[in-house]
Ligand binder design. Structure first.
Ligand code: CUA
Length: 323
């Protein structure tokens, strides 16, 4: 059976995406059979027309015989296609249910569609991690996606897995698949969902089980950091603070932030200010309010709107530790 399936895919599947899940052949087999029937139908009809045109060619003056109907012919051309089409629909129904059987040991990932991105949430021992860039899945492992949407209808579509299902606000939908090939595969949104619908793409990365566990451990750890200093340090690096402010005393563009906490800072107007939480907060939100002496030629952009109050607190906690 598997060999027939592989042969059919070779013959008729040249226009289909590669098969990268264990159930991809369920769709492709049906496609191939419909293809074969279409070819047979086309050839049969054209052959019959050609035969009749030649065999029953008459000159214009001859009158054709009056044949109102032929019960045998009509029965055959009604019953045979009916059986074929019912067969196709039952096969399709069977394949549909087969593709939606979730194995007991399936690994669950939550998928959320939102304008205009996909978010994947992983769970390990009650701790969660959400990622939006690449969806990692382990090879040869049954995966079940529990999906929803936060705004409008989207449709989660991975052609190489033959997986496509709408995500609906307030409702859970699911798809299941078992990836069989390592590598990156494209995720599309297949439901028009607004101006950037066509850009709502993603990547699913099939990796070895070992690599998947390493990746997941890292993501779960990253997502569950509660230490404000650690969080502040990450923000400090991620928001680009390091491109102007060193933490080792050297001057990059702006003043170094090494050991500033609790010290006095002289501003260009000659006044002295103690570096405390309020001072740092103001320097982040209104950088021009107090300019450190010697840096009057440098303009820092405000981070108002880019950092939440909480995030500013984390950065303050971090700066306290930069000695
Ligand atoms: Cu989301 Cu189209």
């Amino acid at each position: 059976m598997e060999k027939i399936s592989a042969l059919l895919y070779k013959l008729f599947g040249f226009s289909l995406p590669e098969q990268a899940s264990s159930q991809a052949h369920l769709v492709d087999d049906l496609y191939s059979v419909v293809m074969i029937l279409s070819i047979l139908g086309f050839v049969g009809v054209v052959a019959a027309i050609t035969f009749f045109v030649i065999r029953f060619h008459r000159s214009k003056s001859e009158k054709s015989a009056y044949i109102p109907h032929n019960t045998l012919a009509e029965t055959i051309w009604t019953v045979v296609p009916t059986i074929i089409f019912l067969g196709i629909s039952f096969w399709g129904l069977w394949a549909f249910y087969k593709m939606n059987e979730v194995p007991d040991n399936a690994y669950k990932i939550k998928v959320t569609g939102k304008q205009w991105m996909w978010e994947y949430t992983y769970d390990r021992d009650g701790k969660e991690a959400s990622v939006t860039d690449v969806m990692y899945v382990p090879i040869d492992t049954p995966i079940v996606l529990e999906m929803t949407s936060v705004d409008v209808l989207h449709s989660f579509f991975v052609p190489s897995f033959r997986v496509k299902r709408d995500t609906v606000p307030g409702m859970k939908t699911m798809v299941t698949f078992t990836p069989t090939k390592l590598g990156d595969f494209r995720i599309y949104c297949a439901e028009f969902c607004g101006t950037s619908h066509s850009k709502m793409k993603g990547t699913v990365r099939v990796v070895t089980k070992k690599r998947f566990n390493q990746w997941l451990n890292f993501e779960i750890k990253e997502a569950n950091i509660t230490d404000p200093v650690e969080l502040g340090s990450r923000l400090f690096n991620r928001k680009g603070c390091t491109s102007c402010h060193s933490i080792d005393g050297s001057t990059i563009v702006g003043p170094s932030l090494k050991g500033i906490w609790g010290k006095d800072s002289k501003s260009t107007d000659g006044a002295t200010h103690k570096v405390d939480a309020d001072y740092i907060r103001e320097s982040i939100l209104k950088p021009q309010a107090k300019i450190v002496q010697g840096f009057d030629g440098v303009r820092m952009n405000s981070f108002a709107g880019q950092l939440s109050e909480k995030e500013i607190d984390y950065i303050i906690e971090y700066l306290k530790t930069v000695k």
